[in-house]
Write a protein that binds this ligand. Structure first.
Ligand SMILES: [Zn+2]
Length: 185
């Protein structure tokens, strides 16, 4: 990635060795470019042995069935993001139970994806008609004849594993931290 001017003050930037790595740093203010990152979240909601899937209506992955999910916003707690995405995409109210998988994808925009197991609360699957054009609960057997995205197949394998709760939501932290999402074994 090439950055020529400081995004904070507009001055010329330079390459500077900081902590053993060459970083793009401003020549006149304290700005340092640490990289470009994004965080995706996904929901695995199993209700009576059926998992909630949506069919993508837009690229990337148009026509593929995936679990619902999206990207976190700057100031939005991650648990609120996933609850919102599930409701928006599939019309289902669900609540976070645990973290069951993480995917790390270093690339131009370094992406981290966090998969949550969620408990179904209420609602019938209704696609939003924009990001997704179908939504429903399916058995693992049914998903095998569907056009399920490769990564989603892997997540289904994780989600249907018995006796594994992953990292569960901290019910009672030793010290309560406001606006922190805490998950533990
Ligand atoms: Zn600057």
């Amino acid at each position: 990635m090439s950055v020529n001017f400081c995004s904070k003050c507009g001055s010329i930037v330079e390459l500077r060795s900081i902590g053993g790595s060459d970083r793009i740093a401003c020549t006149s203010c304290d700005y340092i470019y640490w990289g470009n990152y994004s965080i995706g979240v996904g929901a695995l909601i199993i209700k009576e042995d059926k998992v909630l899937l949506v069919k993508r209506a837009q690229e990337p992955g148009k026509g593929f069935w995936t679990n619902p999910g999206g990207y976190i916003e700057q100031m939005e707690p991650i648990e609120e993001t996933i609850v919102r995405e599930v409701l928006e995409e599939a019309g289902i109210q669900a609540k976070v139970k645990s973290v069951i998988a993480v995917r790390d994808q270093p690339r131009e925009i370094h992406n981290l994806y966090i998969a949550f197991a969620m408990d179904y609360v209420s609602g019938e699957p209704i696609p939003d008609g924009e990001e997704v054009d179908e939504a429903g609960f399916f058995t693992l057997e049914e998903t095998k004849s569907m056009n399920v995205a490769g990564f989603t197949k892997w997540l289904l394998d994780v989600a249907f594993q018995p006796n594994s709760d992953g990292l569960i939501k901290e019910p009672l932290p030793i010290k309560a931290l406001e606006k922190y999402g805490l998950f533990r074994v």
